[in-house]
Design a binder for this molecule. Structure first.
Ligand code: CUA
Length: 337
């Protein structure tokens, strides 16, 4: 119904609602702008200097008129605000049962890693009719993940995870852009999102086309190999970096146990309580003294500069895998075949 020629395709669950809101706002703007513009022109001609128009009976004050032009736009604006806010929350509250994909933006490419370990550049394979949660970070400057056919856009920042979710409603290949000027080849920082049937997606995930010694091809699209599941790559790092010597799973270590940590409430030495999300975990590795867990001494060294953004994401995924509840939630729903 809303698929006008001037709109990009609409292939996500939120796209129709975004279009409806955009159209209503545009229509209301015209509704106000047109009569005002037309009356300005009409009155300018009718009451121009020297015209014989009747100037008697000019209204000086009308409380009814004033109350009306305050009340009507107020109600309309609040209505749009409520509608927009609800849509905003729908867009940013991630529904359960989705799949996760980790995104690293860098000058000038998009790098994706699936929890199974499958990696790709400038191409993102996802299943249709399933929420996809993106956890995104930049390795250098600010980028912006923009997929107009899904009506999603969010900045990808250095030093901080941003998340975004969407659910594709149609298979196909769709544009992906960087929507934030990020240097010379910003306009070339494009890719595609490939939406496939769940069965094809599983087959795609099972592929192991390139061996892990293969260097990452620069500026090319496509898959560049799957090594091992992100959680087990993270576990290996956890041991090689020495994290496992302090963070014992039984809680008797020098540092707190990380079992069941993900998405739990953590009491800090400052008395504050924080949610242990991906951002908290990343910060605890890079800047460990910023948020000290209550009951533990501030002795953890920083790992800034020792781990890449990709490695940090694998550590996050490993710590996430230690939370049983999270694993249950990530069980794929049956897709009827
Ligand atoms: Cu990245 Cu523009």
């Amino acid at each position: 119904m809303w698929d006008f020629w001037l709109f990009p395709q609409s292939v996500s669950t939120i796209a129709p609602e975004v279009d409806r809101l955009t159209l209503v706002m545009t229509a209301l703007s015209f509704l106000f702008a047109f009569p005002v513009a037309a009356l300005i022109v009409y009155f300018a001609i009718k009451y121009r200097r020297g015209s014989p128009a009747n100037r008697a009976g000019a209204i000086v004050t009308s409380h009814t008129l004033e109350a009306t032009w305050i009340a009507v736009p107020l109600v309309l604006a609040l209505g749009l605000y409520g509608w927009g806010a609800r849509l905003y929350f729908d867009m940013y509250e991630i529904p359960p049962g989705g799949i996760d994909v980790y995104v690293v933006g860098k000058q000038w490419m998009w790098q994706f890693e699936h929890p199974s370990g499958q990696r790709e550049i400038n191409e993102l394979h996802i299943p249709v009719n399933r929420p996809v949660r993106l956890t995104m970070i930049s390795q250098d400057v600010i980028h912006s993940f923009y997929a107009p056919d899904f009506r999603i856009k969010r900045d990808v920042l250095p030093g901080r995870y941003t998340t975004l979710w969407f659910e594709a409603t149609q298979t196909g290949s769709y544009h992906l852009f960087c929507a934030e000027y990020c240097g010379t080849q910003h306009s070339g920082m494009v890719g595609r999102i490939v939406v496939v049937e769940p069965r094809q997606y599983q087959e795609w995930l099972a592929q192991r086309p390139l061996d892990l010694a293969q260097p990452i091809p620069e500026q090319t699209g496509g898959q560049f190999g799957a090594t091992q599941p992100m959680a087990s790559a993270g576990e290996t790092l956890f041991h090689t970096l020495g994290c496992s010597t302090c963070h014992l799973p039984n809680g008797r270590g020098t540092g707190p146990s990380l079992v069941g940590l993900y998405r739990s409430e953590v009491l800090l030495a400052s008395g504050e309580t924080v949610l242990a999300d991906a951002q908290y975990i990343r910060r605890s590795i890079i800047d460990p003294n910023a948020q000290i867990v209550a009951g533990y001494p501030p002795i953890m060294p920083t790992y800034a500069g020792q781990v890449s953004e990709e490695e940090l994401l694998r550590l996050v995924e490993y710590i996430r895998s230690l939370s049983a509840e999270e694993q249950r939630q990530e069980e794929p729903p049956s897709d009827g075949g």
